[in-house]
Ligand binder design. Sequence first.
Ligand code: NAP
Length: 263
Amino acid sequence: MNQNSSPLDSVGVLGMGRFGSFWASFLSTQFKVSVWSAHSVYEPYPFIKGHFPVETVSLPRLCEVPVLFLCNSIGSMKEVAAQIAPHLKAGTLIIDTGSIKSYPLRQLGENLPDSIEILGSHPMFGPDSAKEGTAGLPLVLTPFRCSEEKISQWKKYFLQMGLNVFLMSADLHDQKAAKTQALTHLVGRILDLMTLSIDDCEIATAGYKKLQEVTASVGKDSEDLFEAMQILNPYAFSMRKDFLSALQKVLKSIEQSSFHQLD
Ligand code: NAP
């Protein structure tokens, strides 16, 4: 770690969308970082203190790094695996960063050669939620096809970078993420559509301001990411069903209230 250029200290990041640029900036505080993206261009995040220059390289050169982070959209995982497979050397570690875990890991497992190691990760934050700093923010690691030694090494690196690391299976991650992240994004999307009610108001309560924060923190995420969280997470359907059923119960109790009889 810390900007020397031994092979173990070099990492690559594929995909310079909203999250990939942010993640490359964050990693560049500790590692020599190379990046590649099909169309997007790396933009450093100024609120990340002490980041070092990041090098943009070709796809074959990116695949020479010993550790490659994938920050492409979840739906493109199969296509990206096919793009990188011919360039990767045996022993390369691929770390995906998708907001759901079972689906992308299955795609990588099925489409990358057995000689390639695969570790799932999900930083539970992004360019909006990390603005006030990354210290103590949660990151999930989901062991998949990877040596214990590499899992411990990356757990240690992320702890040293001030993150709070949780190890769990991809399935457990997806269960928990459906009840927390997919729910938050669903509510944020709904509130965002109610444009008038999330406007600033001089008599806004503290609770209302928190709703505004939720809306702002998810509003810039892509449609693609929202749909992946809601459709490719196998537990999101039941979360939405619970949400709708609870909403219907609340609306029914309002309709049936005796207050309707008051003069
Ligand atoms: P995004 O802004 O929509 O970016 C999508 C990225 O996927 C772009 O870099 C795009 O590359 C790449 N991509 C799409 N199709 C591709 C293909 N067929 N081949 C190669 N690259 C392709 O989404 P995002 O918010 O950055 O999310 C990217 C990943 O980060 C997702 O897996 C997401 O779950 C994860 N993540 C996001 C957040 C967050 O806060 N946003 C937090 C944690 C994890 P080009 O633009 O160059 O075409």
